[in-house]
Design a protein around this ligand. Structure first.
Ligand code: GLY
Length: 405
């Protein structure tokens, strides 16, 4: 008697066939080591078996040897590693970033708020008022960008990112004995054979991960998601890091051009549509408490290095905006105030104070005051010219001529 997830799927599917198929299940392997799935498929082509039933991933070099049914489960490769699990609480939202990253982020929000305040202060009534209100405006402006600016979703490539960093490290990586994963890691990802550690049982995974790379263990294990979900269901101290980085599924293998492969595919689709496939999955592969969080938790933390380019661009943009604003203000100040300053003989500190109150003034007010002043000066000039010319006429004309006039 053989029992298990794959056997249940097989017997339920074969019972749905419109004809009877007598079959005999023969165990494959020595009962101690995990046998190779690819070798099992090869034994079909060699005529040793009529079909192969089991957790056989449908991969290219196997489909060249045999015909596969539709996949009855999806099970791409994932990376599993030890995690320091923190309790979820009110401050869990801070966890994605390091402290340093949060510090610089907060600083930049305030810097950007201050720059916007400087740029808006002279033009926009909402950035004016008592100093306390303006402080609140700066902080509120920075804070509100968190919630009002983001409209697009981000799609994570962390799965890819995570396996890339694993590849570039020198740490040992565990894989399931007999699985196609070893060939995939060597041939597709270019990982050195010497870094790969073969592991048999879930207990071996746990020990190797706990020991870690410095004590003869591994930094991570790469295996198919279906196995890892089961492994994590009782081991909350480990977690999948990132997401699936390949798309695979398991199927049953039959000799090339076998009509049975087609009929079994139809039966598997029916099992999927009537919910039986899910029921069998839940019976064998969903266990308990930490399977959900364990399987889905992502532990990638971003730090300052991941963002310094962004902050550099932001800093340069702020600096250019501030410089332009400052130069424009100085130009305006010189245009509006230089005639008065030249004649007033003010001290440097008084001039600085005048400049600061000019900076604080609303641009519209400066312009209208300056226009008023120009008009006043023009009318004063006219008046003095009138006086001057009447005096001249008075001096130039003799008393009798003046009388005549
Ligand atoms: N699921 C393991 C393999 O197909 O090699």
């Amino acid at each position: 008697m053989f029992t298990g997830y794959c056997i249940d799927v097989f017997t339920d599917a074969i019972n749905l066939l419109p004809y009877a198929i007598p079959y005999k299940l023969i165990p494959y392997g020595d009962g101690t080591n995990n046998p190779s799935g690819t070798e099992l498929v090869r034994l079909i082509t060699a005529g040793v078996y009529d079909a192969a039933i089991g957790d056989i991933a449908i991969i290219t070099n196997r489909t060249r040897m045999a015909d596969f049914t539709q996949p009855y489960i999806e099970s791409g490769l994932v990376v599993v590693a030890p995690v320091k699990r923190m309790n979820s609480g009110a401050w869990s939202f801070l966890k994605p970033f390091t402290r340093q990253m949060w510090g610089v982020t907060a600083l930049f929000f305030i810097v950007v708020g201050a720059v916007v305040w400087i740029l808006e202060h002279r033009l926009n009534d909402e950035f004016r008022g008592p100093p306390r209100r303006q402080m609140i405006t700066i902080l509120w402006f920075s804070f509100s960008t968190w919630f009002f600016a983001h409209r697009e979703n981000t799609i994570s490539t962390l799965g890819r990112f995570c396996i890339d960093s694993l590849i570039s490290s020198k740490d040992p990586i565990g894989y399931q004995q007999g699985s196609f994963t070893r060939d995939y890691l060597i041939n597709e990802l270019g990982i050195q054979k010497s870094r790969l550690i073969s592991l048999k049982m879930p207990e071996d995974y746990a020990k190797a991960l706990k020991d870690g790379p410095r004590n003869g263990g591994v930094a991570a294990v790469v295996d198919e998601r279906a196995y890892i979900e089961l492994f994590l269901s009782t081991r909350c101290e480990f977690s999948i890091v990132g997401q699936e980085f390949t798309k695979n599924g398991w199927g049953f293998a039959f000799p090339r051009d076998s009509t049975l492969a087609v009929d079994m595919s139809t039966a598997i689709l029916r099992l999927s549509e009537n919910g039986d496939l899910q029921r069998i999955h839940d019976k064998w592969l969903i266990r308990s408490a930490c399977s959900r969080q364990g399987a889905k938790l992502e532990v990638d933390r971003l730090d300052l290095r991941s963002f310094w380019g962004l902050y550099l661009i932001c800093g340069i943009a702020c600096l250019v905006a501030l410089l332009t604003h400052f130069l424009m203000m100085v130009r305006q100040y010189i245009r509006h105030y230089s005639p008065e300053l030249d004649s007033s003989g003010q001290s440097t500190s008084a001039r600085l104070q005048t400049f600061l109150s000019f900076v604080d003034e609303k641009e519209q007010e400066v312009k209208s005051r300056s226009n008023r002043r120009k008009l006043e000066m023009a009318s004063n000039r006219n008046e003095s010219m009138d006086n001057h010319s009447s005096k001249r006429r008075h001096i130039e004309s003799p008393p009798d001529a003046s009388n005549e006039a």
